[in-house]
Design a binder for this molecule. Structure first.
Ligand SMILES: *Cc1c(COP(=O)(O)O)cnc(C)c1O
Length: 424
């Protein structure tokens, strides 16, 4: 049996309907923005391998740092023990996160970073003896696949089988440009009728929900209202962190900082799984007590894994270089030009751009959104052109690693135009 047949015999892939989707592509090597299959064909990774990769695949600097750490300390229990990479990473993240963020809690991935944030917020109210349990989130949001994260995400779609088990969440609309007052009114009315513990949001762009972008000033107004009402705000920067929106964190576009921030995906440069939940000293202090029931009893076996911390430190070194900021600007400028070109294309609508992400919708006669079947067709056509893109239904987006060259970026744009020309 070849490699692919063995895969098909033994593996259950994520977010994949094995009955109808084509066999996976076997990747054996990565370098820069390229991934290579068994036969030596190369593909441009235009979605940063599900939004995790920042500086390219198998980056030699990250590889060297992680391999050194691997020979020094691979892992140690993080309750009652600590180690240099964890401390250094916490200090460096606190230096660059919004100024009010004072504590770092480590976990394993984006979903756990969100679970930790929600539990911190809910237990905060328990610990200070105030009854607040209701959580507010945006319609159409995505915060991960564990139960808490699913509860605060869009209902229906991915989560229908579990819906009856979710906890109480109230949903409001994202503050789209020109419709900001809508969201403000929805939030105000929820506040007047409920005891709201927390508001969780993907700042400025909803990723899995279809790359929906919205107004920074509109979000800032919502954050101010939350602040006035002592509602704990949670910025889920799992996708937006580390320059995806053009700034290091999307929260920097607003003047009101969040109380809690969730990071993952780009955190280790795309090398290993790791989650971070940062919070204010106000939240942290509410857990300090001689009463044991106020402890945050949450942790994962691999919390603050030294290899993951080291990968994150190495990735931060690269992220903080001028070259990275220059690349982000270069990609953003190229996207702006491409977006202009797309706007004149009669097959697309709703062209949008922020930082290193550009997205548009293909006009179809089917339903729009994730379950539009056109995505399977498009994915295959892009792959035939040696470009990895994974449309969300009829929404096509580019979210590349920052090392992508102008030539590679142009190939991605060309592949998109080429595939658009195939459509009726
Ligand atoms: C991907 C994502 C998550 C979940 O992260 P995982 O590491 O896949 O569990 C949470 N929030 C947002 C905004 C995401 O894009």
């Amino acid at each position: 049996m070849n490699f692919l047949e063995r895969d098909i015999q033994s593996i259950w892939h994520p977010f994949t309907q094995a009955e109808t989707e084509p066999a996976p592509t076997a990747i054996v090597r990565g370098e820069g923005a390229l991934l290579f299959d068994e036969n030596g064909n190369s593909y441009i990774d235009a979605i940063s391998s599900w939004w995790v990769n920042l500086h390219g695949h198998s980056h030699p600097y990250i590889a060297e740092r992680v391999s050194k750490q691997l020979q020094t300390l691979e892992h140690v229990i993080f309750a009652g023990f600590t180690h240099p990479p964890a401390v250094e990473l916490a200090e460096r993240l606190l230096k660059v996160l919004p100024e009010n963020q004072k504590r770092i809690f480590y976990s394993d991935n984006g979903s756990t970073a969100v679970e930790v944030a929600l539990k911190m917020a809910l237990q905060y109210w328990y610990n200070i003896g105030e009854e607040r349990k209701c959580i507010v989130a945006f319609n159409n949001s995505y915060h991960g696949d564990t139960f808490g994260a699913m509860s605060v995400g869009a209902r229906g779609g991915f989560n229908r089988p579990f819906e009856s088990l979710f906890f109480d969440v109230k949903f409001i609309d994202i503050p789209e440009k020109g419709k900001e007052e809508n969201s403000t009114a929805q939030l105000q009315s929820l506040i007047s009728e409920n005891k709201i513990a927390s508001f969780i949001y993907e700042p400025l762009i909803q990723g899995s929900g279809g790359m929906n972008m919205y107004s920074a000033s509109g979000l800032n107004t919502l954050l101010e209202i939350c602040k006035r009402n002592n509602i704990i705000t949670i910025a889920d920067e799992v996708m937006t962190g580390f320059y995806r929106t053009g700034k290091l964190f999307a929260s920097e576009y607003m003047t009101t900082p969040p109380d809690i921030t969730c990071l993952s995906k780009g955190l280790t440069g795309g090398t290993m799984a790791m989650g971070v939940t940062s919070c204010t000293s106000g939240i942290y202090n509410a857990f300090l007590s001689s009463d044991k029931s106020k402890t945050f009893y949450h942790g994962h076996s691999y919390t603050a894994n030294p290899l993951a911390c080291t990968a994150a430190l190495a990735s931060l070194d690269l992220t903080e270089k001028k070259e990275c900021a220059d690349n982000v600007k270069r990609i953003s400028d190229a996207h702006i030009k491409f977006a202009k070109e797309l706007e004149n294309n009669s097959k697309v609508t709703n062209v949008r751009h922020i930082g290193t992400i550009v997205a548009f919708d293909i006009i179809t006669d089917g339903q729009s959104g994730y379950f539009n079947n056109i995505s399977s067709y498009l994915k295959v056509e892009f792959l035939k052109r040696n470009v990895i893109l994974r449309p969300l239904g009829n929404t096509v987006y580019i979210l590349p690693p920052y090392c992508i060259s102008n030539e590679q970026l142009q190939k991605v744009y060309n592949a998109i135009i080429d595939v658009l020309n195939l459509l009726k």
